[in-house]
Design a protein around this ligand. Structure first.
Ligand code: NAD
Length: 329
């Protein structure tokens, strides 16, 4: 069990969508109830097209916060991690499936080699926890039922395959070198500060601009949705209560087809289905993802944000933060 008021945390990819939510929530005291109350949070981020320091503006004057511009593939990362670091969280990744189809190489480099480089540094620094942030996509696609953590990994996209490889290399560092690894695999996230290349913010910002939304194939593909703050709370639970060397699924409670979610957004904006532009399907598009999250529930975790309320607050956020997303692309 790890937690307490003196935690020193190194967050890679902390300028991205989910990493920045972790940083904001931990510094704002929103994870205190789960025992995450840091004295130091170092964000280490390469600031690729997906990284945005505006995501961290609200905490930038906090004396516990520090930003370091750097790449997880750089062997010098060892010198950037504080000597008394308790916890490393690896959010840094290339994260967009479509980009992995257009150019897989950088996914292999960052997601696999970068993770291994970071694990090597964690081994030398002797940290207390190393959390690898992974995804449901490593399991492949499932027509019925749901995956628990023991399901075989059958990733289909280069993105998912690179994340699966990172999970395995992380577990090997636990078994072989005793690096205190924990892995979380989460469903599709939505919420504030998400790059508008992803479905929810892309559709919201298109509709706000009076434009059509590009829906892949028939729109029948099914995903589970989770608010980013619930994902972060799930990660905090795993840090505090998770067993080393274990994997924890973090599932969204809301299972929807892409067409369902599109219709919900159209309804919110009072628009009809002429605003849907059906486009050719993504290559190798997984049909359905569904996680069994009994394991994390057994260590006391439950989502808090109800989907309707979460999506409405997300729409409002994009409505009120046009400057953010016109500079984020
Ligand atoms: P994101 O694309 O918004 O952010 C990624 C961050 O990593 C950016 O700040 C970027 O600058 C940084 N980065 C990229 N390459 C780097 C490198 N080589 N060195 C250092 N920093 C680098 O991604 P996200 O949506 O916040 O996802 C974070 C993690 O969560 C990823 O590992 C992703 O696989 C996982 N995940 C995401 C979702 C989702 O729905 N978004 C769901 C489950 C798991």
């Amino acid at each position: 069990m790890l937690g307490g008021a003196n935690l020193k945390i190194f967050v890679t990819g902390g300028a991205g969508f989910i990493g920045s939510e972790f940083v904001r929530m931990s510094l704002n005291g929103n994870l205190k109830d789960i025992g995450i109350n840091p004295t130091k949070v170092v964000v280490y981020d390469a600031l690729t097209y997906a990284g945005n320091l505006n995501n961290l503006k609200s905490v930038s004057s906090d004396i516990r916060y520090e930003f370091i511009h750097g790449d997880i593939c750089d062997p010098q990362i060892l010198n950037k991690i504080p000597d008394d670091c308790d916890l490393i969280l690896n959010f840094a990744a290339e994260s967009h499936v479509d980009r992995s189809i257009d150019g897989p190489a950088v996914f292999v480099k960052t997601n696999i080699l970068g993770t291994q480089n970071l694990l090597e540094a964690a081994k030398i620094k002797d940290v207390k926890r190393f959390v690898q942030i992974s995804t449901d996509e490593v399991y492949g696609s499932i027509d019925t039922g749901s995956w628990d953590e023991l399901f075989p990994l059958r990733p289909n996209s280069p993105y998912a395959a690179s994340k699966a490889a990172a999970d395995l290399i992380s577990l090997s560092y636990y078994k072989t070198f005793g690096v205190p690894v924990l892995i979380t695999r989460c469903s599709n996230n939505y919420g504030y500060f998400q790059n508008i290349e992803k479905l929810v913010p892309l559709f919201i910002t298109n509709l706000l601009a009076g434009k059509k939304v590009p829906l892949y194939g028939s729109g029948k593909n099914i995903r589970e949705w989770i608010h980013v703050s619930d994902h972060v709370r799930g990660i905090a639970h795993v840090i505090k209560y998770g067993e080393l060397g274990e994997v924890y699924n973090i599932a969204g409670d809301t299972e929807l087809t892409n067409l369902d979610i599109t219709r919900m957004l159209l309804k919110y904006f009072n628009l009809d289905e002429t605003y849907i532009a059906y486009v050719s399907d993504r290559k190798g598009h997984d049909f359905r993802y569904a996680l069994n999250s009994s394991k994390i529930q057994n260590i006391g975790f439950k989502n808090k944000v109800e989907f309707k309320q979460g999506i409405e607050s997300t729409i409002l956020w994009y409505k009120n933060n046009k400057d953010w997303y016109t500079h984020a692309i």
